[in-house]
Design a protein around this ligand. Sequence first.
Ligand SMILES: [Zn+2]
Ligand SMILES: [Zn+2]
Length: 277
Amino acid sequence: MNFDLLLNFRLHKLKSSRAPFVFYIILTKEWFLCYNATMRRILRLGVLLAWLGLNLFCQAVPEMGFFEEDSAGLEVKVFPLPLDDRGWTVNCYVAWHPDSKQAVVIDPGAPAPAVLEFIRERRLEVLAVLNSHGHHDHVGGNAFLAKKLAVPFYLHRADRPLAVQTTGSAIPFTFYPKEGKLVLGELEIEVIHTPGHSPGSVCLKIGEVLFSGDTLFAGSVGKPHGSSRAEQQANLKLEVENIRRLLLPRSPATRVFPGHGPATTIGTEKAFNTFLQ
Ligand SMILES: [Zn+2]
Ligand SMILES: [Zn+2]
């Protein structure tokens, strides 16, 4: 199956039915930068409605949904884990080497028995849990997995306070190596530090697949952290700079699997993501 064609098809469909997509991007951008409490509430509602519209649209085109992929020596399975009863989900990924069956779990944002079941069924040997950053919706299932898997839980050093604060988690984290390369069995993982959404946000590249956490989404970027409008603006600038400098120069065919929403490619984001133009 040619996923590039499918992605182009999706973008084509989005262009011809672009209302939810455009609303989503504009509202998200405004929401990021708005500091008036009432306006923020209105914008948040708008973002939610646009997001639901976008999801309904994607579901109307079934092949645009989530898929299992065999990509250049790496297989990936996505588990969209529910975060609340309004339909928000986080993408938890299991990525494994097809021959050795050595695997990593990325961003278990909520307790996920289905992930454990899948690991058992496929007889995968999980070597580590990799967290893209310390927000609750990405580390919230760590404690659940820690009871079943005796493996290291990786996080960037700069996000430890965030993870502890949001989860109260007592799991001892292992920090990503500073030089950016993590070798686990036959899996070679490039750890790319891309602060902006959080101080310790990382993107993880394994083979030709990039797990982008909340840094880069299909058509959008992560909400910048900060306690004032000026700080948020500075972090949005930093995040976009990091994406342009560290991610966009990669091969256009690089698959991008974000922390939320559908998958995309570097080429698609370079061409269509309005935050990066
Ligand atoms: Zn986040
Ligand atoms: Zn998130």
